[in-house]
Design a protein. Structure first.
Length: 304
């Protein structure tokens, strides 16, 4: 990736011109980024431009995520629930709408660098992912591909497998991995990891699942499947959110305790938790006011 970060500054300007009230947030966010994170974002923007995407489009994609999230937050405050509660309700309008899904994934990738809680969760993965562990790495729902890229860059696994139900996500992840790490032993496949019979129990040395559980109707099934596929000493990393409405969030946890009880009941032990309050609020204030809380966990199989 390039050492220059001129494209980052251009993107920030573009977003701020389209949505001026967001400038202060953007300046603070990019001011808190490490040089490595700025370089990584600049490299991603170069990658996108190489695909023929303009900064205007990328800024609009980011603002699509921001606007949709703010709209869903208003709905949540008024009704005390997410707008949707089943996969079928959001599949047609989000996952099966290729144009929207492309913009969604590009915008979400940018939030990985600009939204403080997303940044902190990515930093936790970078800090805790085993450096010298060989074997097999599985990622469920790689989405924009940045966690998989981190695993390739930081880890020493012999095989990387990403599985996703979204064709747009699979295409974007495949393309970004092939661009930055064409020699990596990585595969990204369009498939359901719950039903894949060739994914054998106890066969993965690392299992990662970022921002998936809030999108499914039965997250406990996904957690149990992770516990089943992981080796006894596997590294396990998941992220999700509490009281965090979004256009395609369907499973609502109202407290971190509720989520963590589900994790433990699924055969997993919490090794290192990261609980991130709503911007500008404490964790206690976020809990009391039902504000969004982002969470990330390093996990292990129970009894391992």
């Amino acid at each position: 990736m390039s050492d220059s970060t001129a494209l980052v500054d251009s993107l920030i300007e573009n977003i701020a011109e389209q949505y001026p009230v967001h400038r202060g947030f953007l300046d603070q966010a990019i001011g808190g980024a490490t040089p490595e994170e700025r370089t990584r974002l600049d490299g991603y923007l170069q990658f996108c431009q190489g695909k023929g995407l303009q900064l205007d489009y990328l800024a609009e994609s980011y603002l699509t995520i921001l606007g949709d999230t703010l709209e869903e937050q208003i709905y949540f405050r008024e009704h005390g629930s997410y707008r949707h509660s089943t996969f079928a309700e959001v599949a047609e309008s989000v996952y099966h709408d290729r144009d929207y899904m492309d913009r969604y994934m590009y915008g979400l990738a940018i939030t990985n660098f600009l939204w403080p809680n997303h940044v902190e969760m990515a930093r936790l993965l970078h800090r805790t992912l085993p450096r010298n562990r060989s074997g097999r790495y599985l990622e469920v729902g790689p989405g924009h591909g940045f966690l998989l890229l981190a695993a390739i860059e930081v880890g020493a696994f012999d095989e990387f497998l990403g599985v996703d139900l979204s064709a747009a996500s699979v295409e974007q992840t495949r393309t970004i991995v092939e661009h930055f790490h064409p020699e990596a032993p990585a595969k990204v496949e369009l498939r359901d990891f719950l039903e894949a019979e060739d994914l054998e129990p106890g066969s993965f040395d690392a299992v990662v699942m970022g921002e998936v559980l809030e999108h499914v109707e039965q997250p406990e099934v996904f957690l149990r499947r992770i516990a089943e596929l992981a080796k006894d000493d596997a590294y396990i990393f998941i992220t999700t959110c509490i009281n965090a409405p979004a256009v395609d969030h369907i499973y609502l946890w109202r407290t971190t305790d509720e989520l963590e009880d589900m994790i433990v009941a699924s055969g997993l032990t919490i090794v290192e938790p990261l609980r991130l309050p709503y911007e500008g609020k404490t964790l206690e204030e976020s809990r009391e006011q039902d504000l969004p809380i982002n969470v990330a966990y390093v996990l292990a199989r129970t009894g391992a």
